[in-house]
Design a protein around this ligand. Structure first.
Ligand code: AMP
Length: 220
């Protein structure tokens, strides 16, 4: 069986991370989030983290060459041999082209786009809480923690992301429309794209995403 690579597309705060965690668990493949990789580098104070920091905190994209190198290092690890799930990559046409060149002939590529309108994005991001310890994502209104400030999954500390402040979210959305939204047409042209209504509750979205992947043959 060839390698199966799944790309989750959609604006920031569309629910890619939430869906990716569940999907990775259900499918037994690693969840690769370039945002998480950058945040881990930031937390560890690496040189890469230092270079990415200013871009991230301003809501801008980190330059392609940095992201691509970091991503290829990660997907070259043995746990990605059978396949992997990409969340937050690619985000530009050059990133998509680099990925396309790197994937072998026998790779089954599927892309699922979570569609969520801009108005809903700002509201979602402003309440989003992320666990500093395990990366679990909750929401002040939509999935409130049982104990304030504490992760339901691991008991770690829930925090707001620096780049989820409203003015940064608006910048991230503008960047999304300008640089990332064109990927939808790019993958549609390749015949590998399914669009899913991301505005419903996470269980309903999950069912649609799995159905989309089954349809695409990405579920052996
Ligand atoms: P995310 O957690 O996916 O929202 O990513 C957080 C931030 O990391 C983004 O706003 C960018 O600054 C940076 N980032 C993550 N993935 C990429 C990517 N594929 N290309 C460029 N920048 C990225």
């Amino acid at each position: 069986m060839g390698q199966q690579v799944v790309i989750l597309l959609g604006p920031p705060g569309a629910g890619k991370g939430t869906q990716a965690v569940r999907l990775a668990e259900a499918e037994g493949v690693p969840h690769i989030s370039t945002g998480d990789l950058f945040r881990a580098n930031l937390g560890q104070g690496t040189a890469l983290g230092e270079r990415a920091k200013g871009f991230m905190n301003a809501g801008k994209l980190v330059p392609d060459e940095l992201v691509i190198e970091m991503l290829f290092d990660r997907v070259g690890e043995p746990d990605c041999e059978r396949g992997y799930l990409l969340d937050g990559f690619p985000r530009t046409i050059p990133q998509a082209e680099a990925l396309g060149r790197a994937l072998g002939e026998h790779v089954v590529l599927s892309c699922v786009e979570l569609e969520v309108p801009d108005e809903a994005i700002v509201e979602r991001a402003s309440g989003r809480l992320i666990c500093a310890d395990c990366g679990n994502i909750q929401h002040a209104r939509f999935s409130p923690p049982k104990v304030a400030g504490t992760c339901d999954a691991c008991g770690g500390s829930l925090e707001q992301r620096e780049d989820d402040r409203p003015e940064v979210v608006r910048e991230r959305l503008a960047v999304y429309h300008e640089q990332t939204a064109p990927l939808s047409a790019h993958y549609e042209k390749q015949g590998v794209l399914t669009r899913v209504d991301g505005e419903r509750d996470p269980d309903a979205v999950f069912d649609s995403v799995r159905a989309a992947l089954r349809g695409a043959g990405a579920q052996g």
